[in-house]
Ligand binder design. Sequence first.
Ligand code: NDP
Length: 487
Amino acid sequence: MRRFQQYIDGRFEDGMATFESIDPATGRAWALMPEAREADVDRAVAAAERAFTAPAWAGLTATQRGRLLARLADLVAEHAPKLAEIETRDTGKVIRETSAQITYVADYYRYYAGLADKIEGAHLPIDKPDMEVWLRREPAGVIAAIVPWNSQLFLSAVKLGPALAAGCTIVLKASEEGPGPLLELARLIDRAGFPPGVVNVLTGFGPACGARLTAHPAIARIAFTGGPETARHVVRNSAENLAAVSLELGGKSPFIVFADADLESAVNAQVAGIFAASGQSCVAGSRLIIERKIKDAFIARLKEKAEAIKIGSPLDQATEMGPLCTARQRAHIEGTMAASIGAGARLITGGKRPEGEGFYYPPTILDCSDVTASAAERELFGPVLSVLTFDSEEEAVRLANATPYGLAAGVFTRELARAHRMMRRIRAGVVWVNTYRAVSPIAPFGGFGLSGHGREGGIEAALEYTQLKTVWLNTSEAPIPDPFVMR
Ligand code: NDP
């Protein structure tokens, strides 16, 4: 079995214990992972705290920090095949997706490499003639970064990139499910030449390792991606250290199709939106909100495409859909499906696990138009599409916003004015019009409502890892006047 190590203070080491990582395509263990305990977390945070002020890191110019990030971007691109293979083995995500995703993981590091020396402060035109006032943007401090199991390389790049560009140091906790790619990434971070302790990578269980990390007194900021329930734990933990918290949580994203849309394009985007990554994507367009007059034609075409999806070994380049990451995830989907069908939802395709090994679940479409079904309300994190129907634009908006989440939305229409109205009225952090699942390091990403707060990507993300310092300089030679009056 393959063995991975954790990375603390510039050293690779075994954890206090190990646990087996399961290959979701077979259901069998394929690697041994280190299990970080509280003491490991404490050592990693102490290393990050030392590194934060050590001249080897704090003494670098922003341009030099950018060069380290650029080297990391090159190493990620160079080792893309290996990283993709480990991510596929460990999470079941198909190799064509993990390979493609590594390309833009490298792009994110490159973007923040370039941004490092463009994080500027300001000089204020202050209303006092003798004063000069500047705003300095200083690094926030030691960051606790926590990621879920899907897309760990990507979800950590959107935290490491801006945090390192800003001059922070980091303890990154991988998910206990599929941590292999992040532990491999640690080798590249080390090779890129980041001083010891600047980035530390651990994997351990949430209630022990994650809880200790997020409550640790030396943590200045927590960058969390995961589900809302865990986020509540994280926010409660942060009551200890009063760290700033950014939350990237789940979604139940609407995918709205008007009758005037380019239907073939919308069908393809819907396939990408719900069946890519077997639906294990925070932005999964899991609620199709379709104009009634095209419903039958649209569903017929979508069903045809869903049933033609090539399901198989995630390591095979031809495979389009692999297994779910965990058996628990599949059981959760099956439970919600049974309850929804019991409540009157109509199964259009899928809905039955295939025979054989691995945690597979087929592309599934469920008509929830006339019922209240939990499948149309809860995030399933799987390849299950719920269908809802509308007759008017007003009703489409109402259905789209009838969720406590607000991460992403898709709108398909060729009518320009309507596209503008919809993007204004939909409550979500990202609205895609006539496209879906597009990302870029240049574009901020994040949610409204239960989908969290804070932004990843773009300049805004780098600013989140800074704290503002206001500096006042008195240029007057005159003695300070009346000490009992505020100046
Ligand atoms: P979880 O919320 O279960 O876990 C996320 C991370 O939190 C894991 O590393 C987990 O560790 C850790 N954790 C668990 N308990 C605690 C705790 N008490 N304190 C601190 N950390 C803890 O999410 P999943 O792994 O199940 O991932 C799926 C969720 O992530 C979905 O809701 C999905 O929508 C969301 N997501 C959001 C994205 C976004 O950008 N908005 C992107 C991708 C996913 P461990 O694994 O050891 O339990």
